[in-house]
Design a protein around this ligand. Sequence first.
Ligand SMILES: [Zn+2]
Ligand SMILES: [Zn+2]
Length: 368
Amino acid sequence: MTMKATLVREIGAGFVAEDVHIAAPIGREVLVDVKASGLCHTDLTASRNNIGYEPPMVLGHEVAGVVSAVGPDVTEFAPGDHVVGCLVQSCGHCEACLTGRTFQCIHPEETLRSAADAPRITDAAGQPVAQAFGLGGFAQQALIHENQLVKVNDAVPFPQAALLGCGVVTGAGAVINTANTKPGDTVVIIGAGGVGLNAINGAITAGASTIIAVDVADDKLEKAKHFGATHTVNSAKVDAVAAVKEITGGLGAHSVFDFVGIPAVTASGLEMVRMGGGLYLIGIIDPTAVLPLVTVGLIGTQKRIEGVYMGSTTPKRDIPLYADLYLQGRFNLDDLMSREIALDGVEAGYELLKDPTVTRVVITSGLS
Ligand SMILES: [Zn+2]
Ligand SMILES: [Zn+2]
């Protein structure tokens, strides 16, 4: 079938819409009519720097849509199902998958076609087009392994559903799954952008009693309050570590989540952690960042530092949960939505995201 997709033809050359061919589903593949596709910063990074995907490629990994056809070995999905894609690529039978850690799967390549098979996507000249993260959501259709798809309630609007696949699970999952936040806990969210706001959603779901948002922009802190932060700290104006210590009666927080990822911020985050608590690393503004550590200090205070991938999410369990909480009015997805764009507007859409008041941009037109 021929469809429109937004391709990256060359690293750094931006996103351009063109006609490509998408194959029919084989094996455990599901063909999805894309109804909404979110713009995540990771795709922008992949379009500007080589992070392991060679152009030409279709990016886009926050995908929601409707199943249009299934491969002969698919058991979980049928045409008409509303689905969300997720970056977690899991084989389903390795030691990590079998012990509930699909996000640590050691055979993620099993969700892709083998070299012996025809490529999923080819361009007008018949050349293969890479499908980033096994999803390729910046397109009218996407061919995805059933392990990377999750059924969601039909009542969830597609743009909100799309956000569930990356931004939501990354933020909420870090708080709920990785940090195992409990009722009464104190948490600090550093960086109140789209993912940080989902960490606030997660902190509320987990029952945290004190939720402190730290950012340098007052309008983002206002938004954090709207999502349910109990306290806000503008770290450009005050000493954020002292402010957190004061709010927590001198103790610090049970868990601190760093959605920024620059050394000075990460170091201040560690200072905010109380004895026996944890600092969780999620954001990566500076991939060369190094954190100097006084090891004896960590022993005395029994603090943990933990890297978090995809919010330690088990997609088929967590995504339907967040969707249901949303429908019950207990998980705010509506206020994450800032702008809706067309499939050929991805490049301009990323320009919109530079505005700090724009939380999420989602493709909702020019699709199938
Ligand atoms: Zn993402
Ligand atoms: Zn596995």
